[in-house]
Design a protein. Structure first.
Length: 199
């Protein structure tokens, strides 16, 4: 956390006292503001008591040129002050909305473009998933139909096998009976043959 005498470093490694930066903004000294404030320190807290950054002070002083310059450094407008307000909320509360509208609109437009791109990607992915699902569903239906056909064929073959087994059993019973009759006939013939020899 910075004290009011802490120093901040810009891109040229020059140590800048936060009070010096605040003074440049307060006196609308754009030349020194550009000298002291850059993209590397634009989000630094200049005053730990208020948690104000250079963007807060620029809005507070209302110098449009300084505001535009600091906005060009792409500051984080979501940084919060001691009251928990973001920079944009701070601007709205203090009627500084006009200073941030262009920057906010640009970010909103960028966000809309990003969301549109993401939406197109989601639509593309959803279409792919839908087509994949349709393909799988169609093939599953075909597979299920084939499986059911195989089951029907198996059932039909089982019935045919059962029928053939019954016929086999019937033929086997008939063969056994025929063999028995043949034995009895042969025995009767032999008996007659024996009787005829005695006579």
């Amino acid at each position: 956390m910075f004290s009011r005498t802490n120093t901040i470093t810009n891109t040229d490694k020059i140590f800048i006292n936060p009070m010096t930066m605040m003074a440049a903004i307060g006196t609308s000294d754009l030349t020194n503001v550009k000298k002291y404030i850059n993209s590397s320190n634009v989000n630094d807290i200049l005053d730990p008591l208020t948690k104000f950054t250079s963007m807060h002070y620029a809005l507070l002083m209302g110098n449009q040129a300084i505001i535009d310059y600091i906005l060009s450094l792409n500051p984080n407008l979501e940084l919060k002050d001691k009251h928990g307000d973001t920079i944009y909320q701070y601007a709205l509360k203090n009627n500084y909305k006009i200073y941030l509208d262009n920057n906010k609109q640009k970010k909103l437009n960028d966000k809309i473009l990003q969301l549109e791109y993401e939406n197109k990607e989601l639509i593309r992915k959803n279409k792919f998933l839908s087509e994949t699902n349709d393909f799988i569903t169609t093939n599953m239906d075909n597979y299920n139909n084939k499986i059911n056909k195989y089951k029907e064929d198996i059932e039909s073959k089982n019935i045919e096998i059962y029928s053939l087994k019954r016929k086999y059993d019937e033929c086997n019973d008939e063969l056994i009976k025929t063999k028995k009759d043949l034995v009895e006939t042969e025995s009767a013939f032999n008996n007659l043959l024996k009787k005829s020899k005695k006579n």
